[in-house]
Write a protein that binds this ligand. Structure first.
Ligand SMILES: *Cc1c(COP(=O)(O)O)cnc(C)c1O
Length: 489
C-alpha cells in the first residue's frame, strides 16, 4: 500500500488530468509527517476493498481483532505480528473503561439503542472522555514503535482549545522518544479540561498556557514550524487532525458500529457525525468506499456551518477567525475543515490538478463553487447529507434525550443527534457517533437540565490535583526558549 498527495506532485507542473505521478510513500514514511511537501494531504493510492466473505468473517471479531484486520489493509511496512501486538496493547477494556455501560467495556465502542432504529455509538470511553482517544491512543503506540526502530525522537508541538491536547498528552505520556509541548489559551478552557491536562506529572509532557486566545496559540505553533532550522534541530512534529494514522484508526469503529447495529451484511446503516475538521466523517467516507454498506453519512455542524453550506449549495467558503462563532460545542468551532480536501479529491475523480486549482483559491483566503458542475451532481453518489444546529437546538436535544430515554448526551453529540432526527428515514437505522461525555461540558448540561452530569469513576476532584503548567505571554521566542531548555540536542 502506497500513499500519494491530494495535490499530486507539484514539482511536476506538466501533469494534466492524469492522476498523481507523485512520489508515493509507505505508511511509516508518512506516519510522522504532516502535510505532503506540495501542501496536499496523504491518501492511499486506492482504497482497499472488503469482500462480502471478509465482511461476514469480520462480523464476530473483537474490537482489537477488527482493528488489526482493517489496519492490515493500509499498513504493510510493519511486520504483522508487531502490528497485532500494537493494536492489542491499544484497544483494551482497561484503556477504554470509562463506559457507563459497565459490563460492555470489552466492546470498546458499545452501541446504545435509544429506541428501535436510533442508536448512539459510544466513542468516549477512553482516558480523556472524547472520541479523539480512539485514534490518538493508537498513534502513541505507533509513534513509540517507529521511533524506537529508527532510534529517533520527536517533540510534538501543538495548540489546543481542549480535546485534542488532552487526547495527545494521554496518548504520549511516558512514551520513549516523544515529548509533547502543548499550548493552550490561559484561563479559557473549562476547569475540568484544564485539570485533565495540567495535572499530568509525566516528565515528557509540557503544558504551556499562553495569555491569549486559541488562535494566538495556534499562530505560535505555525511560526515555530515555519522556522525550518529550528524545526529540524529540535525535531518538531505534530499530531493534528490531518495525520493519516488518525483517520485510518477511526475507520475501524464504523465497521464495529455497523456490525453492532445489524444482523446481516445485506442491511444498510446511516451514521450521523458531529463534524469540525471533517476527520471523523472522512473515516466514515473511506469505510463506505471500502465496501461497508453505509447508506447515508449525515454531516452535522453547529453554528459554524461552512461544511453544511457546501453540502447544500456546492459553495465552500471558509470563514475568517472574526466570523467563527464561539459556541457551546467548542470542538466544532472550525472555520476551515482541514480534512475536507481528502473528500474533495475523491469527489473530483481523484484529479490532483483540480484539487490544486480549488485549494489555490482557498489558500489565498477565497472560496470555490462546485454548484452546476458534474462533481456537485455526483455528491449524492457518496451518500452525504447534512444539517446544522444552534445553541437552542443543543439545549432542546439534551433535554428531550434525557426526558425521553434517560440518557445524557454532551453538546457535540447533541448537534449530531439533532440533525440525525431531521434526516432519519425508515429504511435504515440511524447511528449517532458520540464524540464526548457530558462531564466535559458541564456548564451547558446544567443550563439544559438544571443538574450536573455524572462523573466517571477516577475523575472525582481532579480539579484539586496539583497542576504543572508554564504560563507565558503570546511570544514565539519565549516558547522556542522553553523548548530549547527542555530538549537536549
Ligand atoms: C474533535 C471533535 C469533534 C470534531 O471532529 P472532526 O474529526 O474534527 O470533525 C466533535 N466533537 C468533539 C467532542 C471533538 O473533540
Amino acid at each position: 500500500m502506497r500513499y500519494l498527495s491530494t495535490r499530486g506532485d507539484s514539482s511536476n507542473s506538466s501533469v494534466s488530468a492524469v492522476p498523481a505521478a507523485s512520489p508515493s510513500k509507505t505508511f511509516t514514511e508518512i506516519l510522522l509527517a504532516g502535510l505532503a511537501p506540495d501542501g496536499g494531504l496523504y491518501l492511499p493510492e486506492t482504497y482497499p476493498q472488503v469482500s462480502r466473505l471478509e465482511l461476514d468473517a469480520w462480523r464476530g471479531l473483537s474490537y482489537a481483532d477488527l482493528a488489526y484486520a482493517v489496519l492490515s489493509k493500509f499498513i504493510d511496512d510493519i511486520p504483522p505480528a508487531d502490528l497485532k501486538a500494537l493494536v492489542d496493547k491499544t484497544y483494551t477494556a482497561k484503556v477504554y473503561c470509562n463506559g457507563r455501560t459497565g459490563g460492555n467495556a470489552a466492546d470498546i465502542t458499545p452501541l446504545r439503542w435509544l429506541e428501535p432504529g436510533l442508536g448512539i455509538l459510544e466513542l468516549s470511553n477512553g482516558p480523556t472522555l472524547a472520541f479523539k482517544d480512539m485514534a490518538m491512543q493508537l498513534l502513541g503506540n505507533l509513534f513509540e514503535y517507529v521511533l524506537d526502530k529508527k532510534s529517533e525522537q520527536i517533540n510534538i508541538l501543538g495548540a489546543t482549545s481542549g480535546d485534542t491536547g488532552s487526547a495527545a498528552e494521554y496518548a504520549m505520556r511516558g512514551k520513549h522518544g516523544v515529548r509533547v509541548f502543548m499550548l493552550s489559551p490561559d484561563g479559557r478552557m473549562s476547569a475540568f479540561q484544564r485539570a485533565q491536562m495540567y495535572s499530568l506529572q509525566d516528565e515528557n509532557i509540557y503544558n504551556i498556557a499562553v495569555r491569549g486566545m486559541f488562535d494566538d496559540a495556534q499562530d505560535i505553533v505555525k511560526a515555530v514550524s515555519n522556522d525550518h532550522a529550528f524545526k529540524a534541530k529540535y525535531k518538531i512534529g505534530a499530531v493534528n487532525s490531518i495525520n493519516w494514522a488518525r483517520v485510518v484508526a477511526q475507520i475501524v469503529y464504523y465497521f464495529k458500529g455497523y456490525f453492532a447495529a445489524t444482523k446481516s451484511n445485506d442491511e444498510q446503516v446511516a451514521f450521523a457525525v458531529p463534524s469540525g475538521n471533517f476527520g471523523n466523517i472522512c473515516a466514515g467516507h473511506i469505510a463506505r468506499m471500502m465496501g461497508l454498506p453505509i447508506g447515508k453519512l449525515v454531516m452535522a455542524t453547529n453554528e459554524n456551518d461552512v461544511l453544511d453550506e457546501f453540502f447544500r449549495t456546492g459553495v465552500y467558503r471558509p470563514r475568517g477567525t472574526a466570523e467563527t462563532h464561539a459556541t457551546s460545542s467548542p470542538s466544532m468551532d472550525i472555520s476551515k475543515a482541514s480534512n475536507f480536501e481528502r473528500f474533495v479529491f475523491d469527489l473530483v475523480g481523484r484529479d490532483p490538478v483540480v484539487v490544486r486549482d480549488l485549494w489555490a483559491k482557498v489558500d489565498a483566503g477565497g472560496s470555490f463553487d462546485l454548484s452546476g458542475t458534474a462533481y456537485f451532481s455526483a455528491l449524492s453518489k457518496f451518500g452525504f447529507v447534512s444539517g446544522s444546529s444552534t445553541h437552542a437546538d443543543r439545549l432542546a436535544t439534551i433535554r428531550s434525550t434525557y426526558e425521553k430515554y434517560g440518557v445524557m448526551v454532551d453538546t457535540h453529540t447533541a448537534d449530531g443527534l439533532k440533525v440525525a432526527l431531521e434526516l432519519r428515514c425508515v429504511e435504515m437505522p440511524m447511528i449517532v457517533l458520540e464524540t464526548a461525555l457530558p462531564i466535559k461540558f458541564e456548564e451547558t448540561i446544567v443550563e439544559a437540565l438544571g443538574r450536573s452530569p455524572e462523573r466517571p469513576a477516577g475523575f472525582e476532584g481532579i480539579e484539586q490535583l496539583p497542576q504543572r503548567v508554564a504560563v507565558m505571554d503570546v511570544d514565539v521566542d519565549a516558547v522556542k526558549q522553553f523548548v530549547r531548555d527542555h530538549v537536549d540536542v
